[in-house]
Write a protein that binds this ligand. Structure first.
Ligand code: ING
Length: 302
């Protein structure tokens, strides 16, 4: 067995008026609680430092206060220092402003930090949901295409925490390709932060259906690629807009082994035995023996 004790650090709401410093204090409290439960890896949500600002319409430059130009930066350094002191690694989702020679680039980003506080991996969100311009017919806006570029890192897998660790962000979890591209890199645990509005902006889709789809997509991805999946929400009502909770740790069998029961800051913990990935990967989902890529061309050509 190769046990990694993983903590899913679900967050409750972050209001527009909350400071990054105050929010980082909440992350540190969750990190300490996870350390107290023996976790060596903690997964924080997507855009964990701020409110889910893509619900608001503004000129892109006006939103730069929500972005990080350095990581760690002044607001996040205390988190990195405490994590290193406790020897706990973490996944952190945040808005990245990358200043390059060709100009500023903005991404919805996550990083993987090891137990010594070193950033060992970075992922920039590829599947950006929503739209880029104000759309009157919507009950609320979802402007990720306005504020972020499509990520340029690809879906990668890193050797960390004694196994093969992959990352994705929120909407990525709804696309089968996300999991398979990492499954083909022998991923054993995929970390996914999310901020999912409870209400659809165009239909009366019930909230229960939202939660069903949240778990369905991650459970399917886990089972079909024989990998652990850890999905962690920022949840609750942010300035009147509800985000769903339902953070979960899912085994390679597709079974949920730990699930949040509130919409607040809540830690869920599971012992993830990475060796449990091998049975299905060697048999039912033995990619080399059973997959027939010659019949899949349409997936990558269209
Ligand atoms: N949020 C949502 C998500 O994919 C969404 C957007 C919700 C799209 C429900 C489709 C259906 O969970 C983010 N941030 O991607």
């Amino acid at each position: 067995t190769r046990i990694v004790r993983v903590g899913g650090a679900q967050m409750g709401p972050v209001a527009r008026s909350d400071t990054k410093e105050r929010t980082v204090e909440r992350l540190i409290a969750l990190l300490r609680a996870a350390h107290g439960r023996g976790c060596e890896l903690v997964v924080f949500p997507e855009l964990a430092l701020t409110t889910f600002f893509p619900r608001w319409y503004a000129e892109p430059g006006e939103m730069d206060g929500y972005f990080e130009t350095e990581m760690p930066g002044p607001a996040t350094r205390p988190l990195f220092e405490e994590a290193r002191r406790l020897g706990v690694g973490f996944y952190l989702g945040y808005a990245e402003l990358s200043v390059q020679a060709a100009g500023a680039r903005r991404f919805n980003t996550s990083i993987l930090v090891d137990g010594s506080g070193v950033i060992v991996g970075k992922y920039r969100k590829i599947h950006l949901p929503g739209h880029s311009d104000y759309e009157n017919e919507r009950r609320h806006q979802h402007l990720e295409k306005r504020y972020f570029e499509v990520g340029d890192t690809g879906f990668r897998v890193w050797d960390a925490f004694g196994g093969r660790v992959g990352m994705a962000i929120c909407n990525d979890r709804r696309w089968v390709e996300t999991y398979r591209v990492m499954g083909l890199q022998d991923v054993e645990i995929i970390l996914i932060g999310y901020n999912t509005p409870a209400a659809d902006s165009l239909s009366d889709e019930p909230e229960e259906l939202r939660m069903f789809h949240n778990h369905l997509t991650m459970q399917a991805g886990a089972y079909q690629n024989s990998t652990w999946v850890v999905g962690v929400a920022k949840a609750g009502i942010e300035d009147g807009h509800r985000l769903i909770g339902g953070s979960a740790i899912i085994a390679p069998t597709g079974e949920i082994v730990a699930q949040a029961s509130t919409d607040a800051d809540e830690l869920i913990v599971a012992d993830c035995d990475l060796d449990r990935c091998h049975y299905y990967r060697a048999n039912i989902f033995n990619f080399a023996r059973h997959r027939r890529p010659e019949f899949y061309q349409r997936i990558v050509s269209q």
